[in-house]
Every structure is written in structure tokens, then in C-alpha cells.
Ligand binder design. Structure first.
Ligand SMILES: C[S@@+](CC[C@H](N)C(=O)[O-])C[C@H]1O[C@@H](n2cnc3c(N)ncnc32)[C@H](O)[C@@H]1O
Length: 268
């Protein structure tokens, strides 16, 4: 399938989501914790300090004037089609987190990040910034396979004063195995890399191995391709998925088995 066809399919899915999604203010959601999440947390204004930090991140990224190589890891991007060394700010325009969803990560991290967060796919650190800002007192672990990206992300986040991030450079599989051997446990996960069916399911399972019983797992780009649609359907029906929310871009899974099994498509 060509990138144009895929982009068209994605757009069509977005229109369907816009027509079918509900509960923008939480109404119609029966579970009290989900109602509060959608009605209150999702609609909270992002703090000025976090917005300013995001601006500082962008500025620092623009000041990186040496082109870097592109990552060969994962399934690639609809926008990121070149293999030539490129300026980090230009790469980030194709792989980075848009402000609206970055701020949502901040909200989720504030709410659920206290037991530690693991991110798969640092990229150049835009999502890492928002996740780390949500729980500045807790160490966040982020994994990136491409050394050039990991180096830039680490440099820039340090420069803008983000000190609660542990960077791990290596493949997701290797690093997840290491974390399991180290007996690490996390309460929140953000999976943003290698957006194909089998790897996504594998990473989801490996994350469950090192998750608290009440973990929150956020998966990016759940409708990005037919394979990702399928992966999301499989994850929703996984025995460890108690509650799921489809926000079109993110799929959010709650593993707490005390919750009644429910699936919502929420307009965000
Ligand atoms: C979409 S980008 C991440 C963007 C980042 N989360 C952000 O919002 O700025 C996906 C990243 O995952 C990395 N990646 C993909 N598959 C990987 C794998 N199997 N092991 C390690 N890194 C991988 C890629 O190198 C790429 O930088």
C-alpha cells in the first residue's frame, strides 16, 4: 500500500472517529474514575511552566545545527520518507509529539506516573519532556535504539533542566529484558515505536511483565495502519486489559482487574 493510500485511509478513519466518538465531557461514562479522568483531568489547562518548558525544548532543538542520521528502527513514518542526514528540528516535525497530545501525556503522567514510567521510543525527546514534567519527582526511563536521536534528546533535556530521565540506548526487546532481570516495576508505559502488529503485541506483553497490578499503558498511533488497528483490537481483548479508551491517536489501557471490563471511544 502506498503512503498516499495509507494517509487517505487514516483520514477516513479519523472522520469515522469524529462521527462516532462521544463522552467529550465524560457524560455517558458509568465508571466514576473514568468519568473524573475525562471530565476533569483531560480538560485541565496545562500549566504555564510546562508550556514554557516545551517552548524552551523547541528552541534548544532549533539550535542543534548539525544534521544527524535517520533512524532505521521501527516501521517508519508517513511523513518521514528521507534517509539523508537531517537537522534534528526537521526530523522532530515528522516524528515528534504535537502539543495537544504532549499535554495529554503530561496530564496522564501527573495522574498515573507516581509509580514510575517507562517510555519505548524516545525519538528526540518531545514526548519524554511532557512525561517527565508530569512527575518531576519520579525517575522516568526511556528507551531509544538510534544513538544519534538518544544523544540529542539527552543533551537537550539536560540543557532545559529536565533531570528525572534515565536514557537507555538499545533495542526495545533487549532493554525490556534487562529491566525485567533488574526486577524493575512501572505503573505507567508509553509505547511509541515499531508500529506493526507482532512487535506491538510483544512490547505490550513485555511491559505487562514489569507492570504494577494497576498499571496504565498508552499506545501511540493505534489507527496508523491496518496492522495497528488489529493490534489495538487484540490488546483491547487481552485478559489483562480491564478498561480501554480509544482517543484515536492514543489507546489507553488500564490493567486494574477491580474495574469492570469496559471499552470507550472518547472524543478528545
Ligand atoms: C515515533 S518515534 C518516537 C517519537 C517520540 N516518542 C516523540 O514523541 O518525540 C519512534 C522511535 O522509536 C525508535 N524505535 C523504533 N523501533 C525501535 C526498536 N525496536 N528498538 C529501539 N528503538 C526503536 C525509533 O528509532 C524512533 O526514534
Amino acid at each position: 500500500m502506498t503512503k498516499v493510500t495509507r494517509a487517505f485511509k487514516l483520514f477516513r478513519k479519523y472522520i469515522v472517529y469524529k462521527l462516532k466518538s462521544r463522552h467529550r465531557k465524560g457524560f455517558g461514562i458509568h465508571s466514576p474514575f473514568l468519568f473524573a479522568l475525562v471530565n476533569k483531568n483531560f480538560r485541565e489547562e496545562c500549566s504555564v511552566a510546562v508550556k514554557n518548558g516545551a517552548l524552551a525544548y523547541k528552541k534548544a532543538l532549533k539550535n542543534q545545527i548539525s544534521p544527524i542520521s535517520r533512524s532505521n528502527f521501527g516501521a517508519g513514518s508517513l511523513l518521514d520518507t528521507s534517509n539523508k542526514p537531517t537537522l534534528p528540528a526537521a526530523i522532530n516535525r515528522t516524528i515528534g509529539m504535537p502539543r495537544k497530545y504532549g499535554e495529554l501525556l503530561w496530564k496522564l503522567s501527573k495522574q498515573y506516573g507516581a509509580k514510575g514510567t517507562l517510555e519505548l521510543g524516545t525519538g528526540l525527546g518531545s514526548s519524554t519532556y511532557y512525561l517527565a514534567a508530569g512527575t518531576p519527582e519520579v525517575m522516568l526511563v526511556t528507551i531509544e535504539g538510534h544513538k544519534d536521536y538518544a544523544e540529542v534528546a539527552q543533551r537537550i533535556l539536560k540543557q532545559i533542566g529536565v533531570n528525572n530521565v534515565e536514557f537507555r540506548t538499545g533495542s526495545f526487546t533487549e532493554e525490556l529484558n534487562k529491566l525485567k532481570n533488574e526486577k524493575a516495576i512501572f505503573g505507567m508505559f508509553f509505547i511509541d515505536g515499531d508500529h506493526t502488529y507482532t512487535p506491538t503485541l510483544n512490547y505490550f506483553e513485555r511491559c505487562l511483565d514489569i507492570a504494577t497490578a494497576d498499571a496504565v499503558i498508552i499506545i501511540d498511533d493505534i489507527h496508523w495502519s491496518d496492522e495497528m488497528n488489529r493490534a489495538w483490537e487484540t490488546i483491547k481483548n487481552h485478559p489483562r486489559c480491564a478498561v480501554s479508551i480509544d482517543l484515536f491517536r492514543f489507546g489507553v489501557v488500564f490493567t486494574n482487574q477491580k474495574f469492570q471490563n469496559q471499552h470507550y471511544t472518547v472524543r478528545y
